[in-house]
Design a protein around this ligand. Structure first.
Ligand SMILES: NC(=O)c1ccc[n+]([C@@H]2O[C@H](COP(=O)([O-])OP(=O)(O)OC[C@H]3O[C@@H](n4cnc5c(N)ncnc54)[C@H](OP(=O)(O)O)[C@@H]3O)[C@@H](O)[C@H]2O)c1
Length: 338
């Protein structure tokens, strides 16, 4: 039975530093009807991403900024309730960038069909969603790890990081994770099979990093930026590669802290290269096929950190992400969720 109205969360003002509840407004309007080629989806899970914050500033980025009064634009997964696209039938499950609506409409061509035989619905926003794809293409296409090389990944117990380390191992590299607590480090080595993990809150991070990377670091997959990246650059090997995935430690700052020791790139004949996942859109199916095979083989484990909540809980769950209170992909499961 469909609700009479549709709730959505909109940007009410531009956040100053970290976003707070008053930066958003919960509104209600009529449930939209899909046009030809579109699909109406009832949201079950909302993706909580640190990069969402970067689209609420006044300025420009690789994607359009969310304007005041606009609905917050994040990936969502849920059930098809009306379809005018031949690939989607009512009752099927779909995922895509539908934004913080209870009922969202999107072109069928922009949605992913969910196959529960591969992984549960929630994983289609995590390992099989944009964060897993970011790990796959960032590591394999930019980092290009070779067997026997050492890959170090920051925010390693998070959505992107946990997949990076596991793919590094699948490709025969040594995976070292950097995370913010002993519990997260144990999760990486004992549950996900990382070769080593380092707590960056240690009283001597460089000492611990050196012990975990005796052959130095061939690939740094960086999700965090800031002073942590500076420390990692000191351990770079000759011809090392730094993959710039993101900089979660900087997203709430007015002034971004950049690496002070970049001359190590010259000394080590190294390179630093960024990427945006959307550039690989035409290859998502190929990546998901590989990942599905690895899941079946037991070499890739996905984990979600699911919080039961409502649309209006988005800012405080995002805050928990910035506090490092997640292990795995952070999601909100709405009351409709299964
Ligand atoms: N390039 C692309 O196309 C692309 C696409 C998607 C995502 N990304 C980037 O990938 C990165 C990871 O995203 P995710 O969704 O997987 O998030 P996540 O890692 O699941 O969650 C964020 C984690 O970052 C760490 N963190 C938070 N604040 C921090 C701080 N001030 N200093 C150091 N660490 C901090 C916390 O882990 P600890 O407890 O370990 O500190 C937290 O668990 C983000 O930078 C995101 O922008 C890039």
């Amino acid at each position: 039975m469909q609700a009479e109205t549709n709730a959505q969360l909109r940007l009410a003002r531009r956040p100053n530093g970290e976003a707070v509840a008053d930066d958003f407004e919960l509104t209600q309007d009529a449930i939209p009807r899909p046009e030809e080629g579109e699909v109406l989806v009832r949201a079950h899970y909302l993706s909580v991403d640190p990069s969402a914050r970067t689209h609420w500033n006044d300025g420009s980025s690789y994607r359009a900024m969310v304007q005041l009064g606009e609905v917050i634009d994040v990936p969502v997964a849920g059930e098809v309730v009306e379809s005018r696209h031949p690939d989607f039938a009512v009752g099927e499950l779909a995922a895509g960038q539908m934004g913080l609506h209870e009922y969202g409409v999107a072109p069928g061509s922009a949605l992913t069909r969910v196959d529960l035989d591969i992984a549960p619905l929630s994983s289609w926003l995590g390992g099989l969603g944009l964060t897993g794809l970011t790990a796959y293409f960032g590591l394999l296409e930019v980092g290009d790890p070779q067997p026997g090389e050492t890959v170090v990944v920051t925010a390693a117990s998070g959505a992107v990081g946990m997949v990076v380390g596991q793919i590094a191992r699948i490709k025969g590299a040594r995976a070292v994770g950097i995370a913010g607590s002993p519990e997260k480090c144990r999760f990486l080595t004992e549950e996900l099979g990382f070769d080593a993990a380092v707590n960056y809150k240690s009283d001597d991070l460089y000492r611990d990093l050196r012990a975990a990377t005796p052959e130095r670091i061939d690939v740094i997959f960086d999700n965090v930026g800031g002073p942590l990246l500076d420390t990692l650059i000191r351990r770079l090997a000759i011809h090392g590669r730094i993959v710039v995935s993101g900089a979660t430690s900087q997203y709430n700052q007015d002034v971004i802290y950049g690496p002070t020791n970049y001359l190590a790139l010259a000394t080590m004949r190294a390179r630093m290269e960024g990427f945006i996942i959307f550039d690989f859109e035409d290859r998502y199916a190929e990546a998901r096929a590989d990942m599905a095979a690895w899941i079946r083989a037991g070499s890739l484990k996905l984990r979600e950190n699911v919080v039961a909540g409502e649309l209006a809980d988005y800012p405080q769950v995002l805050h928990r992400l910035y506090q490092g209170e997640n292990m795995g992909k952070m999601l909100i499961r709405l009351p409709a969720g299964r």
